[in-house]
Design a protein around this ligand. Sequence first.
Ligand code: NAP
Length: 261
Amino acid sequence: MKQNNTNLILIKGIKVPSIGLGTWQLNGSAGKKTITEALSMGYRHIDTAEMYGNEQVVGEAVKDSGVAREDIFITTKVWRTNLEPKQARKSVEQSLRKLDMDYVDLLLIHWPNEAVPLEKTLHELFLLKKEGKTKQVGVSNFPVALLEKALKVGDIFCDQVEYNPFVSQQKLLHYMKDKDILFTAYSPLSRGMGIGNNVLKQISEKYNKTNAQIALRWLIQQKNVAAIPKAASMEHLKQNLDIFDFQLTEDEMQQVTGIAL
Ligand code: NAP
């Protein structure tokens, strides 16, 4: 993966751009245009899922952008009702057909489902990895106990969970840093809510940034954390990449962490 302006983090020797584009609700021709624009702006990490119904749009946007496939980190997810091995395989093959790609960089179990033994699903996903259909296997919405169980089956690259200044994830974060697992923060802007917070506002004035930019900077300044903000507007897309020219102090990091405590 070539250098780009989204800063790379290194997990088990694999480079992952610390800011990705969340694509939930980016559908149809408008969604395709947004994703293409994002790629031309410098985004090199895209988060999709079979559930979002937009894998074809993502695939077309990648082609339209002219950016080489190998320079983009692409994640997709298997939905929780498709975790039986046969269904999981079918789901992944369908995702790849829609994306029109030979592989994804990361394949996640979107949500746990107690009705299907975790080991069975993971064995199939690791088989798909062996076949080259995904580079890495991970999970999403897994708390520590379940992640621990998953790690007994094989090498889990990532857990994607909700994380932003209004949701504390200290226990999971600590566990994952220790195991060198990628912590992908979804809804990093709390879906646009809470962004008017006073602590964020005070810090944003010092750096001449927006509250949203402070929230993202706080996330990616933590070890192993990547964030995948969704943005449909060009202004938001640009702002969310423009967070690499300043650094929060240790005290400011703690102030933002303190919002959710
Ligand atoms: P989010 O990224 O926290 O927030 C998106 C909202 O914030 C949109 O309304 C967007 O507006 C606004 N926004 C974006 N940039 C902004 C900025 N610089 N300033 C002010 N507002 C800004 O919410 P999300 O879509 O829930 O989460 C992001 C991604 O995480 C999803 O797209 C999806 O890929 C992933 N996700 C995963 C799971 C899971 O279970 N694994 C669950 C939820 C989400 P505009 O769109 O109008 O620009």
